[in-house]
Design a protein around this ligand. Structure first.
Ligand code: GAL
Length: 347
């Protein structure tokens, strides 16, 4: 058990990254880097005691700048899309950089995923806390936002992520983690044989640019019904309007309401039987099946990743929530504390 710190390479602009390796007493290890406060690896035993790394990632920080896809990164201040790359707060219009079809994705080209965060380790808690000061106007958002993201590896083989932030003006606070999981091993091929359960009765229906129309569409009778665990590959290419919009699953699931942190999802690897449960206090989760991945990114083992080689379960507010009055609001009031928690539990 313990925390080890090592070098993780140098960025093209000279900034140096560090890698933090956390090991518990139950055979689980995780690696996180201060670049993007990114989860790089999670080595987890299966029922037979065979360990695999279930997180897609790279061997050196430079690869995180060469390949896109936000692998393992913390996304902020806002995860997912903001339509028209603009929004209003208190009657004032804010314009962000448009980086996808005139919309904003994952807070634009200079997001939290590219920051070198300040790191502090806690051996007792088996955690690493990353802090960052996002100045007024950063990414187009109002206010000075001070953020902390804490990764804790628990003795229950859980990765617990706590997101905290305070701002001196009303702003958008909606952070998430963009890890791609493959429970059979990070470079073991497609996730289509994984089964998924999600505690959601509806998705936020989207238009052709993946921007929510505002409609909460029931999953009943659609390929989006994961209320009974289902093989992901069964309906990922179904003849369905919403499936076409996302090129497969790339949708926000409106989670059933619950008090505090509750279990909202479960994924099981098709070959290994390795299981991951997802717990959160967030209202939504983006299930992205890696539809945009291709062979251009080279994994930490030197092998290329493939389309649908990993899946993301990004807990968050609904996409574009800042522009929809019927969605829970991602606006953080000046001086108040933003705090959300997501847990990925392995067994
Ligand atoms: C997801 C998003 C996808 C894609 C991906 C990054 O969160 O929903 O559409 O943009 O990030 O490649």
């Amino acid at each position: 058990m313990g925390i080890k710190i090592s070098d993780f390479g140098t960025l093209p602009d000279g900034r140096k990254a560090k890698l933090f390796t956390l090991a518990n007493t139950h055979g689980m290890t995780i690696e996180v880097t201060d670049y993007g406060a990114t989860l790089v690896a999670a080595v987890v035993p299966d029922a037979q005691g065979k360990s695999e790394d279930v997180i897609l990632g790279y061997a050196d920080v430079v690869d995180y700048t060469r390949f896109d896809g936000y692998l393992g990164a913390i996304i902020g201040r806002n995860g997912n899309r903001i339509g028209g790359a603009s929004f209003m707060i208190n009657g004032k219009k804010y314009q962000m950089e448009a980086n996808e079809n005139g919309n904003n994705l994952h807070s634009g080209p200079h997001g939290f995923d590219q920051v070198i965060w300040k790191a502090e380790t806690d051996e007792q808690a088996l955690s690493v806390s990353f802090t960052h000061h996002s100045p007024d106007g950063d990414e187009g958002f109002p206010g000075n936002f001070d953020v902390t993201v804490t990764y804790t590896l628990t003795e229950n083989n859980e990765i617990r992520i706590d997101y905290r932030g305070v701002c001196d003006q009303d702003t958008v606070a909606n952070m998430t983690n963009h890890s791609y999981f493959n429970l059979d091993g990070h470079d073991s091929g497609s996730i289509l044989d994984h089964t998924l359960w999600l505690d959601a009765d509806a998705i936020t229906a989207v238009d052709a640019e993946c921007i929510p129309t505002g409609e909460l569409r029931p999953v009943e009778g659609t390929p989006f019904d994961f209320r009974k665990a289902k093989r992901i590959g069964d309906e990922i290419d179904a003849d369905d309007e919403q499936i076409r919009m996302g090129g497969g699953y790339d949708h926000n699931f409106a989670l059933r309401a619950g008090e505090g942190i509750r279990k909202i999802g479960e994924v099981v690897g098709g070959r290994s039987g390795r299981k991951m449960e997802v717990l959160t206090d967030c209202v939504g989760v983006q299930f992205y099946a890696g539809n945009f991945m291709d062979e251009s990114s080279i994994s930490k083992d030197g092998t290329p990743y493939h389309r649908r080689g990993g899946l993301c379960l990004e807990t968050q507010f609904y996409p574009d929530a800042v522009n929809h009055e019927n969605f829970a609001s991602p606006i953080l009031k000046a001086g108040e504390t933003y705090h959300t928690t997501t847990i990925y539990r392995f067994s």
